[in-house]
Design a protein around this ligand. Structure first.
Ligand code: GLA
Length: 381
């Protein structure tokens, strides 16, 4: 469907057909704000993402059309050519990051569209970055490996979009595998595909429709808090490079030296890294009850210690609890977006019904419901 629209638009604008590439958005079962602390995450790619049609155009310019926004931009590939539109900066940033790594990208035409909702915490931006990193690598025969493709997307966020994100979203988008979550060590980038088929349960996202678009400065602030605490701990434990290496005793030692806020942030992260390890062990045993308890633990930490939840997300989490949902929590960076819910099949309809009704009644807007299907990563179509 989307492909037809993009293809027609591309043909109309550039008078030629192009090649199609796709990269997905992601969910994350548990392990939030742990990636930039060197910890673990457990994401999976979803069956929704970004679709781009691309073709070399024989110039040194990029001509790009955002189908969903009906916006066009044309820009060069030098540092000074940074485009105005934020969507165009993702494409530009990917080109710049490839160039910095010695890759030679030539001018191209492109049109793209997505079916992953924007600003809902499903990493639409990582999907866009991965789509272009993957496509340009193939089209120009650059021979960049998949790890570096993910890092190119991450560096695009850092250097062209103002978000000092970790590696989780881009990694999941590039490496996704149908029916599997990825247990990723964000320090070494060692990873393992974990089969994910929770028999008797459904996994569903409930989108609070609170947009998290303006959250980048708050996100960067969280990261700074973590770094501040690491510096304090390093005075006694120079071997600690990241919060991954710290434990609650080390944190307690610096209680008087860091702000109460920074302390809370670090407490959340240290606990969350452990929660993920516990949840992974439980998942291996098929113990979804424990996985679910850990998810609630994450929500509590993100809401009360890391303070990246909001009234709408807390409300959805409370309803999940009331309905006997096994696990529920705010997913992704936070400040809006979705909760991810692990729901026993026999409670599913009741939960969705109650969540939609009560949320709409309270906030005067309807939440969106997305059943989760774990799909494959970046690819040519
Ligand atoms: C955003 C970032 C990720 C990660 C999550 C929180 O999605 O892009 O790198 O930090 O937030 O886990």
């Amino acid at each position: 469907m989307k492909r037809k629209i993009v293809s027609e638009k591309f043909q109309e604008l550039f008078g030629t057909p192009g090649d199609f590439y796709f990269s997905p958005g992601r969910v994350n079962l548990i392990g939030e704000h742990t990636d930039y602390n060197g910890g673990f995450v457990l994401p999976g790619a979803i069956d929704k993402g970004m679709l781009a049609c691309i073709k070399e155009n024989g110039t040194d310019k990029i001509r790009a059309f955002a189908v969903d926004l009906n916006e066009y931009e044309e820009f060069g590939m030098e540092e000074a050519d940074k485009p105005e539109q934020s969507w165009a900066r993702y494409i530009f940033g990917v080109v710049r990051e490839i160039t910095k790594r010695g890759g030679k990208v030539k001018g191209f035409d492109t049109a793209f569209s997505g079916d992953v909702p924007l600003g809902a915490g499903l990493s639409s931006s990582a999907a866009l970055e991965s789509t272009y990193a993957f496509a340009l690598n193939e089209i120009f025969g650059l021979g960049i490996d998949k790890f570096e493709l993910a890092k190119i997307g991450q560096a695009t966020e850092h250097n062209y979009c103002g978000v000092k994100c970790g590696i989780m979203d881009q990694f999941a988008s590039v490496f996704g595998k149908e029916g599997h979550l990825i247990r990723l060590d964000c320090r070494s980038l060692e990873y393992e595909y974990v089969p994910f088929d929770p028999v008797g349960y459904k996994v569903v996202l409930i989108d609070s429709v609170v947009k998290h678009e303006l959250a980048s400065s708050a996100y960067n602030k969280r990261r700074e808090s973590c770094e501040t605490v690491v510096k304090a701990i390093q005075k006694r434990h120079p071997e600690v490079e990241l919060l991954r290496d710290a434990d609650m005793n080390m944190l307690a030692e610096v209680k008087g030296e860091v702000s109460a806020e920074d302390y809370m942030r670090a407490e959340y992260v240290i606990e969350e890294i452990q929660r993920l390890l516990d949840a992974c062990a439980a998942l291996k045993r098929g113990d979804y009850k424990t996985v679910g308890e850990k998810m609630y633990g994450t929500h509590h930490g993100m809401s009360k210690l890391y303070e990246v939840s909001c009234e709408e997300l807390d409300f959805l989490n409370d309803i999940a609890k009331e309905c006997g949902v096994t696990g529920s929590r705010v997913m992704g960076g936070g400040f809006g977006g979705c909760t991810i819910n692990l729901v026993p099949e026999d409670k599913y309809d009741m939960f969705i019904d109650k969540a939609v009704k009560e949320f709409t009644h309270k906030f005067g807007k309807e939440p969106k419901v997305y059943p989760v299907r774990i799909g494959n990563g970046s690819r040519k179509l």
